[in-house]
Design a protein around this ligand. Sequence first.
Ligand code: 4NP
Length: 156
Amino acid sequence: MRPAVLFVCLGNICRSPLAEGAFRAQAREVGLDVLIDSAGTGGWHVGSAPDRRAIATALRHGVDISRQAARKVTADDFRRFTHILALDHDNLKKLRALRPVDGAAELGLLLDHAEGLEGRAVADPYYGNEAGFEATWSEVALAARGLALSLTARRD
Ligand code: 4NP
């Protein structure tokens, strides 16, 4: 079955768009055929592009996330995606509560795929500065690499 991965944070304008961008780049690099998207558990920014600091950070790493648009997680996401990865524990808890009975997606923390950061949350950089976004990128990029490699190994 073709894997489908959804990254989920609170606003879908900072952390999960960076995770989506980093994972798209890694999937392309390892030749993984996978559906990729991101969403938020909150709806304040629906329809908005990612935060300009997130766009700038991704660009510095050669990834363009400027065309993403924020959306809220839906019940159908739990049926369409094979993996739904939360950026922190609070959003993982919200996902567990939102999951419909027939939602088969595997839920987990994104950083469980980052060696040495298992069980940890990606801190919200929204109220911080550019350096915080750079730290977010490092964490999500490490996890994106681990996830791409494990999904590639699981293929066939
Ligand atoms: P994100 O960051 O969850 O990484 O997208 C946030 C962005 C906006 C808000 C909270 C977190 N907000 O409250 O508007």
